[in-house]
Design a protein around this ligand. Structure first.
Ligand code: MN
Length: 703
């Protein structure tokens, strides 16, 4: 069992006395905080944080990481607050401890593969300081080493999680030693029988092989020494889990896998790597296709080495890895090795800066190798994610770009959900769709039948999927609306010529479309609705009748407006027509059909373009609410506006705009814009307003 004194002497090897004291202070603080708590094994709780710090000290991690390791369970298990840790040990250590606690609170459970990968990324994304991950990995490693004391069910859950989440994270960070230990311990806990069987077979095989291994090793060593290379040769043993995985994935028998002898040759320089490779290849014949140069082209986590397979005596395959001491450290400790190299006695210059340096190192390595930078992307994305990870209410994880909002999330769940969303809950709190999401949040989308995408979503939707869908929907909607309206207008124009689409001479319509470069009839009607083509003239051309009357509005029925035409019909802001008002349409080339009141002054000005005017009427089944303006003259009295607004609201009417203008010392004008169903509705409202005391006059605004 580790003691603080033993740790102390390890720390003095690479930390300053002051830093060592900081770590010890954190230890005593934690010991006090966990006082009286025991681990399941019966040991005092403090043995756990101490062991976690010990693991990190072996990696030569900086003093702040070690302090965080000492304190990592304090927030979670003793009720001491983050702020208290901040006061004692500074904000950085408090952030680290808090980050580790947050990861600890996430229970991953068993997951499908895709989800597991997202969880790994989520964990990385949530840890703003990469050291949080390193402390968490060390914490998990100690827990895995002491898994035996837990109830089998809990042990299995933790083992599963370790294999699914933490071993891959260790791999992403290039921490191979940690990863292999995770895998072997996890494998042994999950499949004790299989692990025991492989382990026993392994021991037996080793006994038989030892002699041969020694012989081969000796031969290699002698050859290299004769050629003047001073190297270290290590016989490699495969770890349990990798044997198991190979047996499973490559369908090989245990003896097939074990019939391979593996050595690692550690040398002093990159140059030597290649020269040693040459010597080895002249000693035994290399197996074609098995040579890999991971020095020139490192693996995405920074792993570098030469790999080759030789055909040894009696046809035994021999796997050889050749690498420098630095590469060996990198292969074993990955990102943690970076701390080992760069710790220069100074206090940490920001962990992200360090992680960035690590990534930068990988990048330079790659550039020297002279190939594409793509490979680095995977590492960079993991450490400095441009993605966020969001839970659905059912616990599925969705990956979204940074800055994504609930609208993006809705569309990533399903296009229909996006198209009909109206609001959302973020971590159960009602929130607007525009809110920017953060990794780890649970988001639930509220939808409503008949809801439509809103053009304003463009202001905050960031994903291509959301934007394309919103655009597509709006455009499609606009087009459908305009086709319907254009067809109505054309039919009406034809009617005034005593004909109809059905009655047109055979082929006439098709000829017309061809002549005017329309692919289909819908394109023509859409053009009519947009005001690019005048219905009367089109009708005339279609029937080949020319007469002066054509340009006049015919006797035919006016076009009926239902209020459901959508984007292609709008209501003029100058006169605010409402159902019941006599109306007339103006076909604008930008806005499509604009509905005015017949008495509107603007309409009079527009009458110069009479071919653009369209006779309209309200449909009998008109729907929706329409804006209308009222001017109310009231006595100057406190609370008058509130009285008015309350009265209007009590009738279920929405006020869109409200403003006031003083008339004289006695009276004020209140100008209101509100939404009504039509003239009858408006009359009822005006009546209710007139009976308010102090209301002098209520008038609808005419322009
Ligand atoms: Mn712990």
């Amino acid at each position: 069992m580790q003691t603080i004194d033993a740790l102390d002497s390890t720390l003095r090897n690479y930390l300053s006395p002051e830093q060592t004291n900081h770590v010890k202070r954190a230890y005593y603080f934690a010991e006090q905080a966990h006082y009286g708590q025991l681990r399941r094994s019966g040991e005092p709780y403090i043995t756990h944080p101490l062991a976690v710090a010990g693991i990190l000290a072996d990696m030569h991690m900086d003093h702040q990481s070690l302090m965080a390791a000492m304190l990592h369970d304090v927030i979670e298990d003793t009720g001491i607050e983050k702020s208290a840790i901040g006061n004692q040990f500074g904000p950085t250590v408090a952030e680290l401890v808090d980050g580790v606690s947050k990861l600890t609170q996430m229970e991953f459970g068993s997951l499908e593969e895709k989800q597991a990968e997202n969880f790994q990324k989520m964990a990385l994304a949530m840890a703003r300081d990469i050291r949080v991950i390193l402390v968490k990995l060390a914490d998990r490693l100690h827990n895995m080493r002491t898994l035996g004391v837990l109830k089998p069910e809990k042990a299995r859950r933790i083992a599963r999680e370790t294999l699914d989440i933490y071993a891959p994270i260790a791999m992403r960070l290039g921490m191979n030693n940690v990863r292999m230990e995770f895998e072997d311990l996890g494998f042994a806990a999950l499949y004790p029988m299989r692990a025991r069987r492989i382990d026993a077979a392994l021991r037996k095989a080793r006994g038989h092989r030892n002699e041969l291994v020694e012989k081969i090793g000796h031969q290699i060593e002698t050859t290299l020494e004769q050629e003047g290379h001073h190297v270290e040769i290590v016989g490699r043993q495969k770890h349990l889990y990798s044997i198991y995985k190979k047996m499973k994935s490559k369908r090989k028998s245990f003896s097939e896998i074990m019939d391979i002898y593996a050595f690692r040759i550690i040398v002093d320089s990159v140059d030597t790597c290649y020269r040693v490779l040459g010597s080895i290849h002249s000693l035994y014949k290399p197996v074609p296709g098995e040579f890999k140069d991971y020095i020139a082209i490192p693996k995405s986590n920074g792993y570098q080495s030469l790999h080759t397979v030789l055909m040894g005596m009696h046809g035994v395959p021999i796997e050889i890895q050749i690498r420098t001491r630095d590469m060996e450290d990198m292969a074993n400790n990955g990102i943690a090795a970076h701390w080992l190299y760069k710790s220069d006695g100074q206090s940490s210059n920001g962990s992200h800066a360090r992680a960035r340096q690590w990534v930068q190192g990988l990048l330079e390595m790659q550039q020297r190798a002279g190939n594409s930078l793509e490979f680095i992307e995977s590492v960079k994305i993991d450490l400095f994610p441009d993605e966020i990870y969001i839970f659905t209410p059912k616990g599925r994880i969705m990956e979204l770009p940074k800055g994504a909002t609930a609208v993006d999330f809705a569309y990533s769940v399903h296009t229909d959900v996006g198209n009909s969303c109206v609001a959302c809950r973020i971590n159960r709190r009602l929130a607007p769709l525009s809110e920017t999401l953060q990794s780890g949040q649970t988001v639930e989308i509220l939808t409503a039948q008949g809801a439509r995408p809103n053009p304003s979503w463009f202001n905050y939707a960031v994903t291509a999927k959301a934007r394309t869908n919103i655009r597509h929907y709006l455009k499609h909607q606009t087009r459908e609306d305009s086709i319907t309206l254009g067809r109505k207008l054309l039919e009406k124009a034809l009617l005034s010529l005593d004909t109809s689409l059905e009655q047109l001479p055979e082929g006439k319509l098709q000829d017309y479309l061809t002549l005017h470069n329309y692919d289909e009839f819908d394109d023509l009607t859409a053009d009519i609705a947009r005001g690019n083509k005048l219905p009367a003239i089109t009708a005339q051309q279609l029937t080949s009748q020319v007469s002066g009357d054509m340009l006049r509005r015919g006797e035919a029925e006016p076009v009926a407006i239902r209020g459901t035409e959508g984007f292609m019909v709008s209501f003029a802001k100058c006169c605010h027509p409402i159902p019941g008002d006599p109306i007339e349409g103006y076909l604008s080339s930008e806005k499509g059909m604009v509905v005015h009141r017949e008495t509107c002054n603007n309409l009079n000005d527009l009458k110069e373009n009479r071919e653009r005017l369209v006779a309209l009427r309200w449909d009998d089944e008109v729907e929706g609410e329409y804006a209308v303006e009222l001017r109310i003259e009231v006595e100057n009295r406190r609370g008058m506006i509130a009285t008015l607004a309350t009265r209007i609201n009590s009738m279920g009417v929405n006020i869109e705009k409200i403003s006031t203008e003083d008339k004289d010392y006695q009276f004020t004008f209140v100008d209101l814009e509100m939404m009504v169903e039509g003239r009858v509705h408006l009359a009822r409202i005006m009546k209710r307003l007139r009976i308010i005391k102090s209301v002098h006059r209520v008038q609808r605004v005419k322009n």
